[in-house]
Design a binder for this molecule. Structure first.
Ligand code: CP
Length: 315
């Protein structure tokens, strides 16, 4: 059967359930490559991927770069502070410039919600959203689901996932809610009332303004950091106060199922949203998430950069 192509990945709405399943299945094959002595296949030989990161990133940027290189693409990285943006160049002119160099895929991280959609309207390349403001981070949600399936099996229906923290400003929470609901999981969103988006109920989430009931019987607990860079006015008294009521510690984690897994997209603020002994404890799968990021991003790049029918690992 011919593999479909993904024109862009701007948000989870770009994925049907079958396309999401296809990406996750393909990521599984690429995950095996990461364990080989030679971690490279020629699938995207001759393709050009440009990673444009206007916001700081460790995990996403590094894993997109590794993903492109493991697929043998030519990968170029541009950072906001090292680009001509510092000389006043607009995003539109930057995109036109990259287009003139015939990029196949532009991977974009930007502080403005909707920036990836804007770029997609002005380029021939496929655009992958690597996080835009408070909007979405679709590859993070895909790697999170990949990690959940590694530990809980492929069928997510019947699983309860509690996402806790600064939900209001979190693109990770938004993309995860959409993808987890698409795949049949039950989603609880938990945080201080001032950090809960009430319209999330319309998307099928259950809202909690206390951590303990949100954790009760959960199969998966996903902790989020406070997005200090996106907080306008202070929406809670202090980090100390926040940690006291919403920090995950071993005592609170005991309310979840005995086989619960603990996730965090990173970067972690240890001692604020999560205690050291939980972040580094036996339930933590945080580094599995990082590992999954490379494989999932290889799969996304594969569907964005290849013509239908291209063999996954042709040589
Ligand atoms: N999870 C995530 O997006 O991390 P980075 O900001 O380090 O890329």
């Amino acid at each position: 059967m011919t593999e479909p192509r993904l024109r862009h990945l701007l948000g989870i709405e770009d994925l049907s359930r079958s396309m999401a399943e296809r990406i996750l299945k393909t990521a599984q094959a690429f995950h095996e490559i990461g364990k080989r002595p030679v971690r490279k296949v020629p699938t995207l030989r001759g393709k050009t991927i440009i990673n444009v990161f206007y916001e700081a990133s460790t995990r996403t940027r590094t894993s997109f770069e590794l993903a492109g290189k493991r697929l043998s693409a030519d990968v170029v990285n541009i950072g906001g502070s090292s680009s001509s943006v510092t000389k006043g160049e607009s995003l539109r002119d930057t995109v036109a410039t990259l287009d003139a160099m015939h990029a196949n895929v532009i991977v974009l991280r930007h502080s403005v919600s909707g920036a990836a959609h804007y770029v997609a309207r002005h380029t021939q390349a496929a655009v992958v959203n690597a996080g835009d403001g408070m909007h979405q981070h679709p590859t993070q949600a895909l790697l999170d689901v990949f990690t959940i399936r590694q530990h809980k099996g492929e069928d997510l229906s019947g699983l309860t996932v509690a996402i806790c923290g600064d939900i209001l400003h979190s693109r990770v929470a938004r993309s995860n809610l959409l993808l987890l609901r698409l795949l049949g999981a039950r989603v609880r969103l938990c945080g201080p009332r001032t950090l809960l988006p009430h319209r999330a109920q319309a998307l099928g989430a259950e809202l909690y303004d206390r951590l303990e009931p949100a954790l009760e019987g959960a199969d998966v607990v996903m902790m989020l950091r406070i997005q200090r860079e996106r907080l306008g006015a202070s929406l809670f008294p202090s980090l100390r106060e926040y940690s006291r009521y919403f920090g995950l510690n071993a005592r609170r984690l005991a309310l979840a199922r005995p086989d619960v897994i603990v996730m965090h997209p990173g970067p972690i603020n240890r001692g604020v949203e999560i205690a050291d002994d939980v972040a580094d404890g036996p339930h933590s799968v945080i580094l599995n998430q990082v590992e999954a990021g490379v494989a999932v991003r290889m799969a996304v790049l594969y569907y964005c950069a290849t013509e239908p029918g291209t063999e996954l690992m042709e040589s």
